[in-house]
Design a protein around this ligand. Structure first.
Ligand SMILES: C[S@@+](CC[C@H](N)C(=O)[O-])C[C@H]1O[C@@H](n2cnc3c(N)ncnc32)[C@H](O)[C@@H]1O
Length: 214
């Protein structure tokens, strides 16, 4: 019998407040000096498993709050013998600033995050002002930040929270959603949404060259 994986977990729950311990990067990446990309809420990691094969000269890190998803992603990574890919279990909202150094990441993706529709649950959404602040610190100048959602309200809220930070500039006018992903791979949710003929709301930000975090 398959193991049931919970659809959503509450990132505000006490059991998800510990920061993820930073790994020893030379132990997890064969070429630790390669540009690093971070996928937040990577689930089973399909997007990064594809990206790591397509771009062997980049390193990829997925962070996911559901432990079973991370186990599955790591198992596939090992089967494919990818040495430029790693997955970590934990809550990104309590972990980003201690996990990676300032100006250490080339690109970040936040794709189809849990919508948490109820007003009283909106604090559970991953893109909170504190996370945007930390992203501004850990991205390199000119680093990219892609957001995607199939829920317009969530895409607009993510855009608004990121756009109000002075470090980030939209690469197109605000809310002019990109027709295609800038990346050569798609997430599981992205594929499903497109296969159902439903819209994907995507937007790409870039960190300014001179930008400092607030
Ligand atoms: C709807 S799924 C989308 C998964 C994948 N990005 C995709 O597009 O197919 C959102 C994922 O984000 C994870 N997640 C939500 N909040 C998180 C947090 N604070 N830290 C890490 N992962 C989180 C969830 O567990 C879930 O796997």
């Amino acid at each position: 019998m398959g193991v049931r994986v919970r659809q959503h977990v509450n990132p505000l729950s006490q059991k998800f407040q510990d920061a993820i311990a930073p790994p020893n990067w030379p132990e997890i990446f064969a070429q630790p000096e390669q540009p690093l990309y971070l996928d937040i809420g990577c689930a089973r990691g399909q997007f990064l498993l594809d990206m790591a094969q397509l771009r062997p000269h980049h390193n990829f890190l997925g962070v996911e709050i559901r432990r079973l998803m991370v186990q599955s992603a790591l198992q596939q990574r090992d089967e494919l013998q990818l040495s430029n890919l790693h997955f970590l279990f934990g809550n990104i909202n309590t972990s980003l600033d201690s996990l990676v150094g300032a100006q250490s990441i080339t690109g970040v993706t936040i794709q189809f995050p849990d919508p948490w529709f109820k007003r009283r649950h909106q604090k559970r959404r991953v893109v909170q002002p504190a996370l945007v602040n930390e992203l501004a610190t850990c991205l390199k100048p000119e680093g990219l930040l892609l957001i995607q959602s199939d829920v317009l309200e969530v895409a607009i809220e993510m855009c608004d929270r990121i756009a109000e930070h002075p470090a980030f500039t939209g690469t197109t006018p605000l809310y002019s959603w990109l027709p295609e992903s800038p990346f050569p791979a798609a997430t599981e949710r992205e594929k499903l949404t497109l296969s159902e003929g439903l819209p994907v709301y995507r937007y790409l930000f870039q960190k300014g060259v001179e930008a400092e975090s607030k």
